[in-house]
Write a protein that binds this ligand. Structure first.
Ligand SMILES: [Zn+2]
Length: 319
């Protein structure tokens, strides 16, 4: 599994920092138990408690650049050839760090990652559901000059049940106005309406989208629009997006002809890698090697990468 080429389209920077990086940043030995959520997590809320320490390590330009490079190093060990790294710039904003410095630091990390490890990458900036309209729009406007230059898209992350997609018309309108491609976390917590709202607004991809199988008509719409679905199997079981014994929608999505992809979500918080995700779906859902290559091709199609990178990635596609 390790030798197969891979693409990770849904990977949160703060949830994917190595224990070595966080220990160095904090000046003490940090235990895995402080960072990794148990497989048998009680809820999404418990899962989210593991993000506090890593966010405290993303408060200077140097740390942001090193964090991105640290993540790309891990991806390389996994034979990931392209990764879209997402984080919420507003969580790094402080008296000594501006949005401009945050974006430039993250993009610098991507450039270093390519140079050191030969892995292509792009940044996705996350708006947060619990942030104000003003905060999210400030973040969006300050990102515009980086679009297509290291920043490839935007996302909306956070508590989907508490702050459903219907509250974010202002954000969808702004992203459409400025031609920003976007993926939206939707249908992770059982609600297909959130997927419908995101797709109707113009989302090119959906983060998770587990709830889609509850709505046949919406499945057809997503198929016709070539919506990419960023499934994150280990994380989806941890957060109880899917319970043991329930049907995980991966085979269903593939058979239906949807643009399904598999991803890590959070390497450290979920204790996973792309290789582990490949092994997980192979063993648990009988996914064959040819299908894994199909998922790789789906990831290229769904990615926000430019054509040059996509062409490089297609060269590794074994039919
Ligand atoms: Zn996510």
């Amino acid at each position: 599994m390790n030798t197969l080429p891979k693409i990770d389209l849904h990977c949160h920077l703060d949830g994917s920092l190595s224990t070595e990086f966080i220990s160095e940043c904090l000046g003490r030995n940090v235990g895995t138990n402080e960072l990794t959520a148990p497989y048998n997590c009680q809820s999404l809320a418990e899962y989210l408690t593991r993000f506090d320490l890593p966010v405290s390590c993303l408060q200077t330009s140097e740390h942001i650049t090193s964090a991105v490079t640290d993540l790309i190093r891990q991806a390389k060990d996994d034979n990931v050839r392209y990764i879209e790294i997402r984080f919420a710039p507003t969580l790094s904003l402080n008296d000594n760090l501006s949005y401009t410095e945050i974006y430039e630091a993250a993009i610098e990390g991507c450039k270093k990652g390519l140079k050191l490890y030969g892995v292509y990458s792009n940044i996705i900036a996350c708006a947060m559901r619990n942030h104000s309209e003003e905060q999210n729009l400030d973040m969006l406007k300050s990102s515009l000059i980086y679009l297509g230059n290291g920043l490839c898209a935007m996302d909306l992350a956070g508590d989907e049940s508490g702050y459903p997609n219907g509250l974010f018309t202002y954000l969808f309108n702004a992203m459409n106005k400025y031609n920003i491609p976007y993926t939206i976390h939707s249908g992770e917590c059982g609600n297909a309406d959130n997927i419908r709202i995101a797709v109707d607004a113009g989302a090119k991809r959906i983060g998770h989208g587990i709830a889609l199988t509850k709505d046949q008509r919406l499945m057809d719409i997503c198929k016709n629009k070539h919506i990419g679905f960023e499934l994150c199997p280990t994380s989806n079981y941890q957060t109880k997006a899917v319970n043991e014994g329930e049907v995980y929608p991966l085979n269903n999505f593939i058979e239906y002809g949807l643009l399904a992809t598999i991803n890590t979500d959070n390497r450290t918080v979920s204790g996973t890698t792309m290789t582990k995700e490949y092994e997980f779906v192979s063993e648990k859902f009988n996914i064959a090697k040819e299908t894994l290559m199909q998922l790789y091709a789906n990831s290229i199609e769904a990615s926000f990468a430019n054509d040059d990178i996509k062409n490089e990635l297609y060269k590794l596609y074994e039919k």
